[in-house]
Ligand binder design. Structure first.
Ligand code: SF4
Length: 716
């Protein structure tokens, strides 16, 4: 293979287009990494509509991760005390199939579960759903999107009747006011931030409001930074709604014709006068009023959010409270306006489309809906009633299921729960008790591999062909440009082979990922995420395509035109076509600070690292940028505790402890401390942020509150 290949960055949901070319190019020196190993050359794809050639450090260095510490062969062991031994794929498959059959026969199919990943391509997700929810008859497929985006999913479904961000990236450059809440966009979605920042600089009248307890790089660019106390987002949003209503900045026509439940919402926000809200949030009343005025006086208002809203025990209520502001002011379905969730992972969107959470089915269907279950059963040729009517285990349910013995087979793929799950001590103890864990990943070692009985080598970015959908609903074909390392296989191929060996031969006759995608898009026909007009062939020919894209649309005309925004006609996916106001009082943090644990710990990401470092921890440029974990403390707190810059301290919560060097900064509010979430036991044994966090979850989205817990700080 010698030509340039167009593909997508496999890190975050911005979904930047990349062009990849071989290490050796005629007339040019061989492209090498810092150690001298020839590596593929990666640059931004200027023709990609979402990123226009821009990439951040993660995308620019991705090729360095292709050859380092790869898992090359299947390996097995009978117990966690034994070393792994290399086996053939045939032996590994036989072991898995025997165990699945045995557990299905003795404990039933609901004792089998899979924990997947937003790193999957849509094809991987789809085949996993067909295997688990279709063939095995259990809804126990959940993905790490449960820790990331499930509150956004629940918020969209409850407010609009369907999942799916209604905006597009062009709205970043068409808005009059952008409210960024619970998102450090500059570090976590840098290319989106670049577009917004450039536009903001060129247009000084455009207002940029950032809501974050930390003074981040994002907040640095804001016209107005509201450093609210953790857990007071709903107070702030209801307080802004109170002022918008009092000041008459509402769109009565839109409310009357396109929404329901406004009176109940108006009654709730009546309890959020500005004096009280300012005090609760720890901001000035003037700043609160300025935020409401910026919103009310702007022709187009865009809001962006991410984990600061989603990772909360009231995550769905936060998302809906933000959407309420858009509904009451009619700020949706038009250029430069709307609520816009920034997806964490590169294909969490594709996962949602394929039904990749334990309460979902493919094509934006839900398990609890009988019609949806029948549609999928018919499509997959199953006997009616095969798909259970109750949602399967969430990621955290799988951990507690290991504790109770309800899980007989745990299959983890492309994610690293031994770092990313809350309450890590409990998580690890549960993983240790697992009777049979299959761990499928591109890398070895990882923290989770230590808890596996079977290791399966997965092909990764550049080694398999499939599709990914980014935050603005743009589907890109990610083409393989090199063969997989060792004996690695694409995730969907592994799932399909297990399916065939379990006896579901006709269900998994696919010989390539284009055929998998062709079957998947059929199931989306007529659904809100209709992709029936998209195929691998069209993506190759036309480039990335945005959904909805039905088979009747001519993508040469409609691509990135007619499907740019959802709800442009004010009609939503609810039975009566109207959006729903959600009326919520603020409940605050699940674990507020108290005299024993007086600080609020908040966690987050850094610019260079990705999640648990399975890739970025192996890239020197990034490890030099972020050499070690740290804890941010306000100078006032540092003085009162007698702590000095660089000193290692111990942080304790009710669940565990961790150690970090102190970083004193006015960028964090007094009473709050911040720790990055990237370091697991492999990289820094005693600095695991999630040793401290708790699993209390949002009752609607079942997303844990990874963003905040109560801690105390001790000198070592
Ligand atoms: Fe990759 Fe996200 Fe960086 Fe774009 S912004 S290059 S998708 S990590």
């Amino acid at each position: 293979m010698s030509e340039t290949t167009k593909t997508l960055c496999p890190y975050c949901g911005v979904g930047c287009g990349l062009e990849v070319s071989p290490p050796a190019q005629p007339g040019k020196p061989i492209n090498r990494d810092a150690q001298g190993t020839p590596i593929w050359k990666v640059q931004g794809d200027k023709s990609h509509p979402s990123s226009q050639g821009m990439v951040c450090v993660k995308g620019a260095t991705i090729a360095e991760s292709l050859h380092k510490d790869r898992l090359l062969y299947p390996m097995v062991r009978n117990s966690l005390d034994e070393p792994f031994k290399r086996v053939s794929w045939n032996e590994a498959f036989n072991r898995i199939v025997d165990r699945i059959n045995q557990v299905a026969a003795t404990q039933g199919p609901n004792a089998i579960c899979m924990y997947g990943s937003g790193q999957f391509q849509t094809q991987d997700y789809y085949i996993a759903q067909k295997l688990l929810k279709g063939c095995l008859g259990t809804n126990n497929f959940d993905a790490n999107s449960r820790l990331c985006m499930s509150s956004a999913v629940a918020g969209y479904i409850q407010s609009f009747g369907a999942d799916g961000p209604p905006c597009c990236y062009d709205d970043l450059e068409l808005t009059d006011c952008a409210l960024l809440i619970g998102t450090n966009t500059a570090e976590c979605h840098p290319i989106i931030f670049n577009r917004l920042r450039k536009y903001h600089k060129k247009n000084p009248n455009v207002k940029l409001i950032v809501v974050d307890p930390r003074h981040t790089a994002t907040a640095e660019a804001a016209d107005l930074h509201l450093a609210i106390k953790p857990g007071t987002d709903i107070d702030l949003l209801n307080g802004m709604a109170y002022l918008l209503l009092r000041w008459g900045y509402i769109n009565s026509e839109f409310i009357d014709e396109c929404t329901v439940n406004f009176p109940a919402f108006a009654e709730v926000i009546n309890h959020y006068p500005p004096e009280a809200v300012a005090q609760t949030c720890g901001i000035s009343q003037t700043d609160l009023e300025t935020a409401a005025r910026y919103w009310g006086e702007s022709g187009q208002v865009l809001s962006l959010w991410s984990m600061g809203m989603n990772q909360s025990s009231e995550g769905t209520a936060k998302v809906r409270s933000l959407i309420n502001l858009h509904l009451m002011t009619g700020q949706i379905g038009k250029p430069g306006a709307g609520p816009f969730s920034l997806t964490g992972q590169p294909n969490a969107m594709g996962g949602r489309e394929a039904g990749g959470l334990s309460h979902l089915l493919p094509g934006y269907r839900v398990v609890k809906n009988e019609v949806h279950r029948r549609e999928i059963e018919e499509f997959w040729g199953l006997t009616p009633g095969k798909i259970p009517s109750t949602p399967g285990m969430t990621a955290w349910d799988m951990i507690t299921g290991l504790e109770t013995g309800d899980v007989g087979v745990l299959w983890v793929a492309a994610t690293n729960p031994a770092v990313s799950m809350p309450d890590l001590e409990r998580t690890k103890a549960a993983l240790k008790r697992s009777p049979f864990t299959i761990y499928q990943d591109a890398y070895y070692p990882t923290e989770t591999a230590a808890y596996a009985h079977v290791l399966l080598p997965a092909a990764q970015w550049g080694e398999k062909t499939g599709t990914m959908t980014n935050s603005e609903r743009v589907v890109t074909l990610c083409s393989a440009f090199k063969p997989p390392v060792g004996e690695a296989k694409a995730d969907w191929e592994i799932f399909a082979e297990v399916g065939r060996r379990l006896g579901f031969v006709k269900e998994f006759t696919f010989s390539n990922s284009a055929q998998v995608y062709a079957e998947f898009v059929e199931i989306t026909k007529g659904r809100p995420c209709d992709q029936s007009g998209i195929s691998h062939e069209k993506l190759t020919e036309k480039g990335p395509i945005q959904w909805p894209c039905s088979e009747t649309l001519d993508v040469t005309v409609t691509s990135l035109q007619d499907s740019k925004r959802l709800y442009t006609n004010g009609r939503f996916h609810t039975p009566d076509g109207r959006a729903r106001f959600g009326a919520y009082h603020s409940r605050g943090l699940a674990e507020p600070p108290d005299p024993s644990y007086p600080f609020v710990l908040t966690t987050g990401r850094l610019y260079g690292h990705w999640h648990t470092q399975t890739r970025t921890g192996r890239i020197p440029k990034i490890t030099q940028m972020h050499p070690e974990p740290f804890i941010e403390i306000h100078p006032r707190d540092a003085i009162s505790l007698g702590m000095i810059e660089g000193e290692w301290i111990e942080v304790r919560s009710r669940r565990g402890k961790a150690r970090f060097p102190v970083k004193i900064t006015k960028g964090i509010s007094p009473g709050t401390v911040f720790v990055p979430m990237h370091w697991g036991a492999l990289w820094a044994e005693q600095s695991e942020a999630n040793a401290l966090t708790h699993p209390e979850s949002c009752p609607d989205s079942l997303q844990p509150e990874l963003k905040a817990c109560a801690v105390n700080l001790m000198p070592i």
